[in-house]
Design a protein around this ligand. Sequence first.
Ligand SMILES: [Ca+2]
Length: 422
Amino acid sequence: MSLHHRQAAASSGRTGLLPLALLAILASVAGPGGQESHAGPPAAGKPRVFSVRDYGAVPDDATDDRAAILAAVQAARQAGGGTVTFPPGRFCLSTLELTGLARVTFAGAGRDRTTLQRVGVGPHPLIFRECRDLVLRDLAFDANGCLNYGGTYFDACQRVRITDTRYFDSNTAARRGRRERTDIYSYVFGRGKAHHEDVVITRNLIEDLQFEVDYCRRARITDNVVKRPTSTAGIGTFSLQWEAVPGEDLCGEDFLIARNTIIDLSDCYTAIAVHLDPQYHRDGTPLEGVTYRNLRILNNTIVYTAASAGRAGRAIQVGATDSSRQTKGVVFDQIRVEGNRIYVPPGVQILNDAGSEEVFILGNHSRQFSGGPDFLFTHLTVRNNTLYRDGKPDAEFVAWYARGAHCVVEGNRVRPYRPPPR
Ligand SMILES: [Ca+2]
């Protein structure tokens, strides 16, 4: 069943089964610690809109609006769900952590009109833990000089939709001259006690930041634009298996990463990455038993620019993050990489860790492991991708370092460079 149909079925089920819906509403009214009062279920059909202005938020005055935003969110929670609205303007937000929130939409007046600016010492403006049925739409987040990780953070959440937002950094100058670069996030779905489920990220604009969805079942990441991504990957999913997990560790299943555009890889290792990261546990033992299943990376556009000359990251990598570590029992099952287009202007090289040029890397490209490739790809399809690049008309741009079964690598072409269509 597709993600779309699964969601449609879930929502029709909610409206069709009133007793279950009432139970769900009543269960969600009590927040973490049960400190909230027991409001009854909302009146049927009545829109529940909670403007942060009504709870004391003041735009464009450079004061923290955290308390007012929290009050609006709590009102929505007590009503059994609703829409928290942000009028035009810039609101300041120091870290707001929300647990067990359900059926709440955060809506601005448009991503060019409403901005939530991170302020204070915390790297995250918002943290959502064990939340479900969330929507973030039509607003912008400003990372405001965040230097380490950060981002709007999700932990074990279900049914999250992020659409038509912008995430940018008004203070990228703060990063300059730093010795080490770290990941710096827009949205990040981390690895928690349970998988994320049914995450939709679509039609967003991400600038000078990256985003990541880890440990998830059913992610649909489509039609986003990521400009100048930072560090590890523009769009990434990582294993984050810090402690050993017995048996199969399903780190990602049913991902659709399609029709995204990633522009300028001069400060980023990989445009789209499915990575074993870290490649060893906290105690130093090798990663073991990681499985990714049914990942579709389709019809994305990856655009290198002249700024990338001499330091450009890979276009797509499914495998190891640094290839210097041996792993055990890693399986990539049903991976499709099809119809992607990569534009590399003259003078730009796409270098792997060993300093040779590879556009797609599948597996672990280290040659130092005497036992041979330690990754298994089953039902891999890499087909009909196009690299627009001068000088290497016959180059093979798919580098595959793994054992395989039922794998197809065909129809991938190198064409003379031309700029991407606008
Ligand atoms: Ca304010």
